[in-house]
Design a protein around this ligand. Structure first.
Ligand SMILES: C[S@@+](CC[C@H](N)C(=O)[O-])C[C@H]1O[C@@H](n2cnc3c(N)ncnc32)[C@H](O)[C@@H]1O
Length: 441
């Protein structure tokens, strides 16, 4: 097979990026935006030793699950991968992604992976969005997204997976900025927004200080939100890099944080706080994680973030110890502890790799929640778990590949896998969140 060949193939499954997979003369071909059961004519755009990639030229037989994407920038912007699939099919795709990862990378071919728990709102669900701000040829500011795997901006005026009010706020900022010719006064980088519990935080990120007089009122009018429901910030960057929020955060007007509750826990979200992007699914996962533990247990919440799940656990179990590396997140967790009067919640700031071995020895018998970043748990953490042997482990993962590799090791320490429950935290994208439960034999 060679680049630029045209071939016809039937899609028989999906790869880890939610792309269709078929075979031609024994060679695996990945076909983005193709669905299982479809017969497609593709142009081969890449050939490697083990696989090829094809771009659809014509769909010869379409799946009954093919739907029209809602986003006009779909396929150009790299954010979504499943808008061409019915929602039911996109959940099946994600189940297959988890099953394949467990079988191929974890050697767990017999895992009983549950159907993916879906979101009641597969569009307009994101409670946080950050759009690059780019000046066009006429020095007018535009909202942008980056073209797939590149830094080429595509100018946009909506993002259908973002909650509507943030799309309105972003466009209101653009009209304000252009009316005041702000693109000529500073370089803007991003607009970041969070919308939780009918309250909106807007952060304009720029390379130097710029006056935003009247913007707050303009945002209130455009969104229909009252002055006590919006907070406006200017983040002045100290370095010209890709980190969105860094430098000096100046509160311009309105509220400084959003006070919310989840699972009976009161907490505050500020522009920098870690908070899951899909509140509905977050509540379901946290709920299922917490209910795995009994009232007499000591639970270590490793990679605990801002402590929301630790706090929910503290209401149920004897004692919870959270471990988190980011100082600000541990400070947020301590605020949650104080605000909710949780004397049985302890928050340790440090690396799980160094804290867990000592803590495990001190605690003796304990159970564990582990919710690591995409790369999975540190090998030393898995080794410590193998020595401390917590009674039960709840592993929450946003990356099926690292989950599979880590589960393989944990199962080797004498655990059985009693539950694998994927959740659709990021509808329309290829990403899937999974909760797995391991019990000591
Ligand atoms: C996927 S988030 C989970 C946060 C939290 N469980 C939640 O649901 O909000 C992973 C967290 O692990 C933290 N983290 C990353 N590496 C770490 C390490 N080596 N030790 C401790 N925490 C770490 C990150 O700062 C982040 O807050």
């Amino acid at each position: 097979m060679n680049k630029n060949d045209q071939v016809v193939l039937t899609i028989t499954g999906y790869n880890s990026e939610a792309q269709g997979v078929g075979r031609v003369e024994g060679m695996v071909v990945f076909v983005p935006f193709a669905l299982k059961g479809e017969v497609v004519k593709v142009t081969i755009i890449k050939v490697t030793k083990s696989y090829a990639v094809g771009k659809v030229v014509e769909i010869l037989e379409a799946s009954k699950d093919r739907v029209a994407p809602r986003c006009e920038y779909y396929k150009k912007c790299g954010g979504c991968a499943l808008q061409h699939a019915s929602y039911a099919e996109s959940l099946r795709v994600k189940k297959e992604i988890v099953q394949n990862a467990l079988a191929k990378l974890g050697g767990i071919a017999d895992a009983n992976v549950q159907d993916v728990i879906g979101c009641s709102r597969p569009y307009e669900y994101r409670n946080k969005s950050a759009f690059p701000l780019v000046a066009n040829g006429e020095k007018k500011l535009e909202l942008a997204m980056y073209r797939v795997l590149s830094h080429d901006p595509i100018f946009i005026n909506n993002c259908p997976i973002t909650q509507k009010i943030m799309q309105i706020a972003a466009n209101a900022f653009i009209s304000y900025a252009n009316e005041h010719n702000l693109a000529q006064k500073t370089q803007f980088r991003h607009i970041l927004m969070r919308f939780v519990d009918k309250k909106l935080l807007v952060v304009v990120v720029a390379m130097k200080k710029v006056f935003l007089d009247g913007l707050f009122e303009h945002l209130c009018t455009a969104t229909g939100l009252g002055k006590d429901s919006i907070g406006l910030f200017l983040c002045i960057k100290s370095q010209d890099n890709n980190v969105i929020l860094e430098g000096k955060m100046v509160h311009v007007a309105g509220i400084e944080s959003i006070n919310s509750t989840c699972g009976g826990i009161r907490f505050a979200i500020s522009p920098n706080s870690f908070y899951q992007v899909n509140d509905e699914i977050m509540q379901k996962i946290y709920g299922q994680a917490v209910e795995q533990f009994g009232s007499d247990e000591i639970v270590v919440d490793a990679y605990s973030g801002a402590g929301l799940m630790s706090a929910m656990l503290a209401k149920r179990v004897k004692k919870v110890v959270g471990i988190e590396i980011v100082k600000e997140a541990t400070a947020d967790a301590n605020t949650v502890k104080r605000q909710n009067g949780l004397s049985n919640m302890e928050n340790i700031n440090g690396d799980v790799k160094t804290v867990l071995p000592k803590l495990g020895k001190e605690l003796g018998e304990f159970s564990l929640i582990i919710d690591p970043p995409r790369k999975g748990a540190d090998p030393e953490v898995l080794k410590t778990i193998g020595q401390a042997l917590p009674r039960k482990i709840v592993y929450i993962s946003c990356n099926p590949a690292s989950l599979a590799r880590d589960l393989r090791l944990l199962l080797g320490h004498g655990y059985t896998l009693s539950l694998v429950q994927p959740y659709d935290m990021f509808p329309e994208t290829q990403h899937v969140e999974t909760l797995a439960v391991l019990e000591r034999k």
